[in-house]
Design a binder for this molecule. Structure first.
Ligand SMILES: CC(C)(COP(=O)(O)OP(=O)(O)OC[C@H]1O[C@@H](n2cnc3c(N)ncnc32)[C@H](O)[C@@H]1OP(=O)(O)O)[C@@H](O)C(=O)NCCC(=O)NCCS
Length: 168
């Protein structure tokens, strides 16, 4: 009996060529957001990273570098591994690629908001990658590019997590 070889896992900045796959895997709530964030990437301030299983895109995550909210800059947003691609290391690979990107942009910390109710799988992953809760919470998930422009039916409480990117 032999284990089948593992598919290679990687992550990189998204390009327009990734859009059809990203759009085909949006949820009802996030429909259209990949295109919007790719437009924003062209303008600066936002970055879209995709995860790859072999040559196939299997998820995406956004880095929001706007400095209008200095407390949470930069912020990791909208981490999404397609359901069929989970538990193969993509979530961790994309998170680490985003950290690398943030470091290259001279940030020495990175933030995210996570809901224990809505994102139960994400919390053990973040903890295993070195994120810790700051103790702060907020009452919203901001899915839209422009804060507040997309009303949420329910605003889950999110815990703020932070990771230092400094190496001592
Ligand atoms: C959370 C999510 C991004 C994880 O992506 P993934 O590619 O499956 O995660 P990985 O394979 O990189 O897992 C890394 C580690 O995280 C932990 N983890 C991941 N999924 C887990 C789960 N369902 N239950 C418990 N731990 C989990 C494990 O420690 C795992 O390591 P292991 O597989 O060696 O045990 C994915 O489940 C997802 O997209 N969920 C829905 C959206 C979401 O919650 N996004 C986060 C928003 S804050």
């Amino acid at each position: 009996m032999s284990d089948s070889p593992k598919t290679a896992v990687a992550a990189r900045l998204a390009t327009r060529d990734d859009l059809p796959t990203l759009e085909a895997n949006e949820t009802e709530k996030t429909r259209g957001l990949s295109a919007t964030y790719l437009d924003e990437q062209d303008k600066g301030d936002f970055y879209v990273v995709v995860g790859l299983l072999g040559d196939e895109v299997g998820g995406r995550v956004i880095l929001d570098c706007r400095d209008d909210d200095a407390v949470l800059t930069p912020e990791m947003k909208l981490l999404w591994v397609f359901p069929q691609a989970r538990r193969q290391g993509l979530g961790a690979a994309m998170t680490q690629e985003l950290e690398k990107l943030a470091r290259s942009l001279d940030y020495d910390e990175i933030f995210l908001g996570v809901s224990a109710d809505n994102n139960p799988a994400a919390i053990p992953m973040y903890v295993s990658l070195g994120y810790t809760p700051t103790g702060d919470h907020r009452n919203a998930v901001n899915l839209s590019v422009i804060d507040g422009s997309q009303a949420q039916e329910e605003d889950p409480t999110e815990a703020i997590f932070r990771k230092s990117l400094r190496v001592r």
